[in-house]
Design a protein around this ligand. Structure first.
Ligand code: GLV
Ligand code: GLV
Length: 320
């Protein structure tokens, strides 16, 4: 009894308890997603869906759920995997989890930036492979943040927090593009710049933009060509904003210096990807928000969105 909901993965206990206390929940209690055909069958007649960023929520799936569906609640801040227009057509509210993962994701973005620029992958490999001969003045040198220009493409919650956290490293100048943020212009003296200027002047280029039709593939050969030869490119948003073949070529040819990626196309990245052969590219398995507290808070907020949605109430965090 209670509204019927489907939870498409094993999730933190606190969120599960919240859902099962108020809903008639069908739980897919595995770390692997249900195969698509099973997914489509399992959701028939549900009132609410709790999903993850790896679940493609399209017209076919919404139709399989049927006319009772009132809410799709994703345990993620990104909702590029949800066809929001198709949801709106069917009066299905879409919930997401902004805000609570900002700090964790900014932290991981900085970890990735530092790993790429200070050559941690090469260093760790050298130690493990017995290639650490002696202390050498010119060995494994990288580019520091002190005095650097940092360009942030997409100064939203995460981008802003990345900039705030990088500021004490001695960054000389922040450039940003995308939506205007007067608060950043005051607090961080960030300068709004068009992409050409941002690419040309930045020592670090950080992608913090959502994946949309406008940003899809925007980091392509043309963009990398405009960057400094020493530029360090960092992406913790979505793999789809990058043309990955172009990035690989730019890293190989020295068009840019290094890259740190927490997101790729596809995910998981196949182990034969040429990116993984490059010493100047650090790839992580989409763990931006992966702190214990953050993942629990995301799951709880997604559960709250789900429960509000099946009751026909406004969601605590609703995609507008
Ligand atoms: C993670 O990528 C998220 O969108 O929450
Ligand atoms: C995502 O949360 C962003 O707005 O940066």
């Amino acid at each position: 009894n209670g509204p019927k909901v489907f939870v498409s993965r094993r999730i933190p206990e606190k969120a599960k308890a919240l859902i099962t206390s108020q809903c008639n929940a069908i739980l897919w209690e595995k770390d692997e997603p249900p195969p698509r055909d099973e997914y489509l069958k399992a959701i028939a007649g549900i009132d609410g869906l709790f999903c993850l960023l790896t679940d493609k929520i399209d017209a076919e799936l919404l139709d399989a759920a049927g006319p009772n569906l009132r809410v799709v609640s994703t345990m993620s801040v990104g909702y590029d995997h949800v066809d929001v227009k198709e949801c709106a057509k069917r009066n299905v509210a879409v919930g997401y989890t902004p805000g609570i993962l900002t700090k964790a994701t900014a932290e991981l973005t900085i970890a990735l930036l530092l790993a790429a620029t200070r050559r941690l992958k090469e260093g760790i490999r050298a130690v493990e492979n017995g290639e650490w001969g002696t202390w050498k003045p010119m060995w494994l040198c990288g580019q520091g943040l002190d005095g650097a220009t940092v360009g942030i493409v997409g100064l939203g919650r995460i981008g802003y927090t990345v900039a705030q956290c990088l500021n004490p490293f001695g960054v000389a100048k922040f450039l940003y593009s995308g939506g205007r943020r007067p608060d950043a212009e005051v607090e961080l003296k960030a300068e709004y710049a068009d992409l050409d200027r941002l690419y040309a002047e930045s020592d670090f280029v950080i992608a913090c933009c959502a994946l949309t039709p406008e940003t899809a593939g925007m980091f392509n050969a043309d963009a990398f060509k405009k960057m400094k030869k020493t530029a360090v490119f960092v992406n913790s948003s979505r793999g789809g904003v990058v043309n990955q073949d172009d990035l690989c070529a730019a890293l190989q040819s020295g068009e840019i210096g290094a890259a740190g990626l927490d997101v790729t196309t596809p995910e998981p990245l196949p182990t034969d990807s040429p990116l993984l052969r490059l010493s100047n590219c650090v790839v992580l398995p989409h763990i931006g928000s992966a702190t214990h507290d953050t993942r629990e808070a995301m799951a709880v907020l997604a559960a709250q969105n789900l429960i509000a949605g099946v009751k026909g109430e406004k969601l605590p965090s609703q995609v507008e």
